[in-house]
Design a protein around this ligand. Sequence first.
Ligand SMILES: [Mg+2]
Length: 263
Amino acid sequence: MSRQPTIDAVVLDIEGTTSSLRHLRDRHFPYSRARIAEFTRRGTPEIRSLLDETARMAGQPGATDAELAATLQRWVDEDAKTPPLKALQGMIWAEAYAAGELMAHVYTDVPVALRMWRDEGVRVHTFSSGSVQAQRDWFRHTDHGDLLPLLARCFDTRNAGPKADPDSYSAIGRAIEVPPSRILFASDRPAELDAARRAGMRTVGLQRPENPPTDFGEHPWGRDLADAWAAAGCRSSDSLFCKRSDVVAEATRRLSSLNAKEL
Ligand SMILES: [Mg+2]
């Protein structure tokens, strides 16, 4: 019996893990910043609700919509992970994808790893400060095609919680109905890995070449997802071995029955 940990689910950070931080900062953030003012003038109930939330979070009761748009733009400049900004950016980027003006980035190893996990029966989820809708749109419009069918669930700061809070990872475990010890969380941020580990998850760091050199402490780490999967010691989980055995047994049984008919 393998001593390697049994992993039933992988949870992936996006920015700096599956995807280039530079791409996001050079393309997506400026694109959203340039369109915030126009979006906030649309006056739809959804936009109104996001502006009200912005006013509450920024401590700007009675601010005009133009003032709130300026606050949202400042949050873009600060890379603030505030939910109303993330929701608004998701809406802006959705229109950009539809118009063919933006494309999401994933590293070349990502589609390969997602297909490997699918074939091995490991469910893959994402956890990002980007809104759930933005995450879904991101994977639907990558430079490697539509990868959304390879993902199970997306989690953000609304449906899970802050990324450096262990409770967020416990919430994800409950939501996907997998014990934390059978979940591998991958991220480029040690603080997120620490939080996931405190919730009982297995962890692995991603040192992407363009990211600053990072001290992952006691967390194993890799340079791409395959490397990280191996570094975490999860290359062949017990569950995978069992599933493969089941497949082989089923194929053998079918072959036997076919041969019996032919005879
Ligand atoms: Mg990250």
